[in-house]
Design a protein around this ligand. Structure first.
Ligand code: SF4
Ligand code: SF4
Length: 260
């Protein structure tokens, strides 16, 4: 049977998804039996730019060069899969998306009016689907190894990937943890996509939402709940936006309009 061709491409982020794939160990060798890996920057140097059955993307898009490369990957790949919070939702680097002060913030951080980076033509960081059509999303910060392997196995067999549909709260309840919200802590478990095994609440730390927004998060209800617990609107917005990306910005806008 002819092997499927897959490629991994990395943009702005911590490369956590490539680490997860490298960590697959024996399963990675099995994957190599089933598929030809044409690009994997962290694992090989002879990366090819060719037509692919599946392209996996990690990181958000932050420069004109990345935007152009992404469009090329899209045009030569049958399926495009975003992996991890940055590629799926923009990640922490997109937390102030649309605030209109991006240039000033950039210059403040990089000094020198940002001149040294001008040749890279940077812009405000955005998720991959702000520029191209994404077929599937495998979220996580970083993504979960099991979810990745199940998804790849299914896609190589022509099926859609195996994606978790529950929020962090569901996993927290399965572990029978006491709810941190009852202690007044600002846990974002109800708004956040599950898959991490409720890693933080299991150690008494409120979830900050690093896996990105759940499929259908009840933002107004969580907002009201945190106001009841004594948190101010600005603090709540900052928490929601940290990993919420563009969808959260839109939802918050509606809540604010409703409150005016
Ligand atoms: S501690 Fe957080 S994740 Fe756990 S049930 Fe409460 S709100 Fe949900
Ligand atoms: S912040 Fe939330 S989503 Fe991220 S690892 Fe902790 S519990 Fe999981």
């Amino acid at each position: 049977m002819e092997k499927k061709k897959i490629g991994i491409y990395s943009y702005t982020g911590c490369s956590g998804e490539q680490f997860v794939i490298l960590e697959c160990g024996a399963e990675l060798f099995e994957l190599c039996d089933r598929a030809e890996i044409k690009s994997f920057p962290m694992a090989q140097s002879n990366n090819e730019y060719t037509t692919l059955d599946i392209a996996f993307l990690e990181g958000s898009i932050t420069t004109k060069k990345q935007k152009k490369e992404l469009a090329q990957v899209r045009s030569r790949s049958k399926l495009l899969v975003a992996m991890g919070t940055c590629a799926c939702f923009g990640g922490i680097q997109s937390m102030r998306l649309g605030e209109g002060e991006w240039k000033k913030r950039f210059q403040k951080v990089y000094g020198d009016d940002g001149k040294s980076f001008r040749t890279m033509e940077p812009f405000e960081s955005k998720p991959c689907d702000a520029f191209v059509k994404i077929d599937y999303y495998i979220p996580g910060c970083p993504m979960d190894k099991k979810q990745f392997l199940h998804s790849v196995a299914r896609m190589l067999n022509g099926n859609s990937p195996y994606l978790y549909q529950f929020p962090v709260c569901a996993e927290c309840k399965w572990k029978e943890n006491d709810c941190l919200l009852l202690r007044g802590l600002p846990c974002l478990g109800p708004l956040t996509r599950g898959g991490c095994g409720a890693a933080c609440p299991s150690y008494n730390l409120p979830c900050v939402g690093c896996w990105g927004p759940a499929e259908v998060p009840n933002v107004p209800s969580q907002y009201e709940l945190l106001v009841e617990k004594g948190y101010g609107p600005q603090e709540i917005q900052q928490k929601f936006r940290k990993f919420g990306g563009a969808p959260m910005v839109e939802r918050l806008k509606k809540i604010m309009e409703h409150m005016e």
